[in-house]
Design a protein around this ligand. Structure first.
Ligand SMILES: [Zn+2]
Length: 360
């Protein structure tokens, strides 16, 4: 898994005169065994095996995969450079395109695309006695924590008065919910989730929402009425369906904002997008994930252009780029702009597959 902070750290590596190898390993499903990560690495790294600049990195990576690596994910991404022993490994739960790129800068575009394409969700199921905490990322649900507290049932009344016993239970339920809220906050901070979903009986969720930290309240996006003891399959089905609805609604709202502000605070089409990006004016970028188009980029100042004329900023000769959409996504990420990938959105397709809401 990879976070925004980690990608920014890798980005910081740019501009350094030292060389870095970026390796994306994603063996086929049948070959997804320990040895086959090594086999695929050897085949992808072949081109640098004899290169005096990268030979050391070749052996560092192979040695790591053979002796210290225990794969638990579908794909693995490795960055390796002799500079200050820069060696980073990221496991990704979905297939990626296998590739090896050796050069002055780390190759991070596929990671940025992944990060921007998938939100990280935390799901908390809670009732008066129990709680279960899950993560949902790239369409996969994983259970992390199970919490069970001894809250007495109504049948164990003993000699207590009804009112006193009710207060006692309410206090215990409150303590249970408070404990779940604390554990959720710790988990949330550690895993750096983007969003929170709650599940359980309606009245408990309503109560729980009043207890959780403001940081969690801000990330709350929806809830599901579900039994805390439900099967993993049932929970995953319900949660994914809610997430799809939430994201679809958000995309529609974003698209509407673009349409409402077109020609003022919004632009569309590759030409206007590059102009606005070069001026640092893009706040929210909306992209059709299948869009790709040739263009030109200035090797000195990274000015992006749809024509081969000299760079507008530093007048250098521009270099051809096979896909300037990747350059646009990367630069927008570095400028801290938001990016949304909109699948099968006809309105966006009609606008040329790319649109943006501007900062000014
Ligand atoms: Zn330039």
């Amino acid at each position: 898994m990879v976070t925004r902070e980690q990608i920014l750290q890798i980005v910081d590596f740019k501009g350094d005169s030292h060389s870095v190898v970026s390796l994306y390993l994603s063996p086929s499903l049948e070959k997804l065994k320990y040895g086959d990560f090594v086999a695929e690495a050897k085949s992808l790294l072949k081109k640098i095996e004899e290169d005096p600049l990268f030979k050391g990195e070749y052996w560092k990576i192979i040695d790591f995969l053979e002796t210290r690596f225990e794969p638990s994910a579908r794909s693995v991404v490795i960055f390796s450079s002799p500079k200050s022993d820069f060696f980073q490994v990221y496991e990704i739960p979905i297939p990626l395109k296998g590739t090896c790129i050796a050069g002055k800068e780390p190759y991070i575009k596929p990671l940025i695309r992944l990060l921007e394409q998938y939100e990280r969700y935390c799901l908390v199921l809670v009732d008066g006695k129990k709680a279960r905490i899950f993560s949902i990322y790239m369409g996969k649900l994983e259970e992390h924590t199970y919490i069970l507290d001894e809250v007495p049932g109504w049948h164990k009344q003993g000699g207590w008065s009804q009112a006193r016993f009710q207060r006692h239970i309410e206090q215990q339920i409150y303590e249970h919910l408070k404990k779940v809220a604390d554990i959720t906050l710790t988990f949330f901070k550690k895993e750096q989730f983007d969003r929170l979903i709650l599940g359980g009986p309606h009245e408990v969720i309503a109560h729980f929402k009043n207890i959780i930290h403001i940081y969690l309240v801000r990330r709350f996006v929806g809830s599901i009425a579900i039994d805390v003891n439900a099967s993993i399959q049932e929970i995953e089905k319900r949660a994914i369906s809610l997430i799809e609805k939430i994201e679809e609604k958000e995309n529609e709202e974003l698209m509407q904002r673009v349409l409402d502000n077109m020609g003022k605070m919004a632009v569309a089409g590759i030409k206007d997008i590059t102009t606005m990006l070069n001026q640092g004016r893009i706040q929210v970028l909306l992209v059709d994930p299948d869009l790709s188009t040739e263009g030109w980029i200035c090797p000195k100042c990274h000015f992006i252009s749809t024509t081969s004329a000299k760079c507008n900023v530093c007048e250098s000769d521009v270099k051809k780029s096979k896909d300037i959409i990747e350059n646009i996504i990367e630069q927008n990420f570095e400028l801290a702009g938001e990016i949304h990938f909109l699948n099968n959105n006809e309105t966006l397709k009609d606008l040329g597959g790319i649109a943006a809401i501007l900062r000014w």
